[in-house]
Ligand binder design. Structure first.
Ligand code: WTA
Length: 658
């Protein structure tokens, strides 16, 4: 059995009754041959050429997989290509220049449409500007922008000149930005003056300025003027206005730099088990092939579709499924700046209706909110254009799944529950919507060509129905190649635990717990490490704890996940204070402020509980697992091994009403 350590708060204990894919969908699906599982099995690893064939290569590859230096696998390694050319130039060459690439919906109802030609022009101009600023191949460019078109434009401009981008979610704090720029030695930053959060103008530039104060390196900054007169700003030395640059380089084109398949396309920082975020490295060939393939095979996207992934490009989901996957396929991708409930709770459905969106992909957290708000909001709109629905980022339990299927999809659209991670690059476990039955609550089988296994502590596969660790026993093209912080950390974080290098047996450990049914369907239960998943966003409890213990007066802290109807999991903080400090409101406020300053508002705790001491083992280790059970009102096991068992009762009484 798995050593339970804070996973599975939203775990669907049962899966709902299965649904067959609707025949109207199957008739038109991109992938319909059930034999694909077997074919991929027989032809592995060459089967992945199906993915690579969706791309245009400058130099065709001959080798599909190199595995002699496992776990540092190389895919399509003797080929070369450019990601920006794959997302733009080739669609123009195919006569699709007037086709819409990006349909942008602003927070206040503004709309912008970029055809493939428009996007090509903007990307080329900004690529020329980046070059002029001194960006060279392999320089890391940090992008700290909200959901505005300049964000994907900048990503593709970086890709065009072979400069890896590192996109930092706009809601993260100045500290978080500084940590990431420092770790990546990044000397170039693209940000904006500010953006609208709900109704208010919010200052992003001041966060970027504060981050730079913490950096040793000199940084050249480009600023997008998003707010105009709503938030005037002044540019300092080494700061450039984005739109001035585009004007200066108006009409210029930049030849896409051929990149080796294994050259880095981007870096994406994500939370790990320690306080330091991990810089996950994705490469050009394998990543793009896998992103494009899954957009085609799992999300069933076709070039003539209007496709909407309602995520933020600041996370991996937006990279793979707002930008690279859909643009590689030449479809229309919708990009939405706002929130689902502003100005009203029917905002998303209004956008689906007006744009005749074919495919809609979102997080279970959003689905739970829709369900809570009720069917009257979607009912105000015509959603008959929808053909497929998807979820990503957290487990979805059968009830919200069913609600989504009925009230958004009208029982006409398959729902794909897609499991993957920043590190896997693209979807790894999911049903294929034109082939597989859907079981609400279970993500599905591993994709053709993958080998997902649920194992116990010794790495032995568990029986169907039992829970264990989710591992991947075969490499896949979109996999992270290493961590920017070093190969060693890559091995220890993901490979050491279940691999047997002496036998050349390599198992990727996802950090998730899961269960597999007789039919091979996998139900993902949640994280087993110190990562919590708050509204589909990965946060490290260690990182939050260190923000809490930074506060004057705090002696010790433990941060755990507390199950929540809306967010799946909320942040719950336990603190003990030094003598002279108590729960006086000021310390509480300082704790919340410190978390927001070091990570961002997304890590804001819903519970901060003061206790004279934290429960500890005799060796002095804080019992976080027990604290998590307490937070979730679960039955506690044996607490006799604690040094201070009496504290548990006190904490239970305190937390009960919160
Ligand atoms: C969780 C997001 C259950 C999981 C793409 C994983 C899921 C983490 C699912 C990665 C799903 C993602 N069912 N859990 N369909 N999809 N997760 O890196 O715990 O932000 O390890 O990537 O989200 O989060 P990340």
């Amino acid at each position: 059995m798995v050593d339970r350590n804070g996973w599975g708060r939203d775990r669907p204990v049962l899966t709902g009754s299965p649904h067959s894919p609707p025949s109207s969908f199957v008739e038109q699906a991109n992938v319909t041959d059930p034999g694909i599982y077997e074919t991929f099995e027989e032809q592995w690893p060459e089967c992945w050429e199906r993915a690579a064939d969706l791309l245009s290569w400058d130099r065709p590859y001959e080798t599909v997989l190199e595995d002699d230096d496992a776990p540092f696998y190389r895919w399509f390694s003797d080929g070369s290509l450019n990601a920006s050319a794959n997302c733009l130039d080739r669609h123009l060459e195919a006569g699709r220049k007037t086709h819409t690439a990006i349909r942008w919906e602003g927070k206040h109802g503004e709309r912008e449409t970029y055809t493939y030609r428009d996007l090509y022009v903007a990307v080329n101009e900004f690529a020329a500007a980046l070059r002029d600023l001194g960006v060279e191949e392999d320089d890391v460019v940090t992008i700290y922008l909200p959901m505005i078109p300049e964000l994907p434009i900048a990503m593709l401009a970086c890709a065009r000149i072979g400069a890896p981008h590192s996109v930092v979610f706009a809601g993260l704090s100045a500290d978080a930005l500084a940590t990431r720029m420092d770790a990546a030695d990044s000397e170039f930053l693209l940000t904006c003056d500010g953006y609208y959060r709900r109704g208010d103008a919010f200052n992003q530039k001041s966060k970027a300025d504060n981050a730079q104060l913490k950096l040793d390196q000199d940084v050249r900054t480009v600023v997008v003027d998003r707010l105009g007169d709503d938030l005037p700003h002044v540019l300092g030395d080494d700061e450039h206005d984005y739109h001035d640059l585009l004007e200066t380089f108006g009409g210029e084109t930049v030849d896409p730099v051929p990149r080796d398949a294994e050259d880095m396309l981007f870096l994406m920082y994500t939370s790990g088990t320690t306080g330091e975020p991990k810089g996950v490295v994705h490469t050009t060939g394998g990543y793009l092939a896998h992103a494009a393939w899954t957009t085609h095979a799992v999300l069933d996207v076709k070039p003539e579709d209007t496709y909407w992934c309602a995520a933020d490009i600041g996370w991996i989901t937006g990279h793979s499924y707002i930008v690279y996957g859909p643009l590689a396929l030449g479809t229309t991708t919708v990009m939405y700046e706002g929130t689902p409930d502003y100005p009203d709770r029917d905002r998303l459905w209004e956008i689906v209706d007006r744009n005749a969106v074919d495919i809609f992909y979102t997080a279970p957290t959003a689905v739970r909110a829709f369900m809570k708000w009720g069917a009257k909001y979607p009912e105000r709109h015509d959603l008959s254009s929808l053909r497929l629905l998807g979820t990503v980022g957290e487990p979805i339990s059968p009830r919200p799944w069913q609600w989504y299927y009925e009230h958004i999809g009208d029982e006409r659209c398959p729902v794909v529950d897609t499991w993957w991670q920043t590190e896997t690059g693209a979807v790894t476990i999911s049903t294929l919507p034109g082939i597989d039955e859907m079981k609400p609550g279970a993500a599905g089988p591993g994709l053709p060509g993958t080998d997902a296994r649920i194992v116990d502590d010794d790495g032995i596969e568990v029986d169907p129905g039992e829970s264990g660790y989710l591992t991947l026993a075969r490499p896949w093209p979109g996999m992270a190649r290493t961590l920017y912080d070093g190969d060693e950390r890559f091995r220890t974080e993901y490979w050491d635990r279940f691999s047997d290098p002496d036998d050349d047996e390599w198992r990727y450990f996802s950090g998730d717990a899961a269960r597999v049914d007789e039919d091979g369907y996998i139900t993902v239960l949640g994280r087993v490490d110190d990562v919590i998943n708050v509204a589909g966003r990965r946060l490290s409890t260690t990182e939050i704890e260190s923000a809490v213990t930074d506060v004057g007066g705090v002696a010790e802290a433990a941060v755990v996940g507390r199950s929540s109807e809306t967010n799946g999991t909320d942040v719950c903080v336990y603190v003990s204070t030094e003598s002279g400090y108590d729960d006086d409101g000021a310390v509480r406020e300082a704790i919340v402020d410190s978390i927001e300053a070091s990570i961002g508002a997304i890590a804001r705790p819903t519970t901060v509980l003061f206790t004279p001491e934290l429960p500890k083992t005799r060796s002095g280790k804080i019992m976080r697992r027990l604290l998590e059970d307490v937070a979730n009102g679960e039955e506690l096991g044996d607490t006799s091994a604690l040094r201070n068992p009496e504290i548990i009762g006190e904490i239970q009484a305190e937390i009960h009403d919160r």
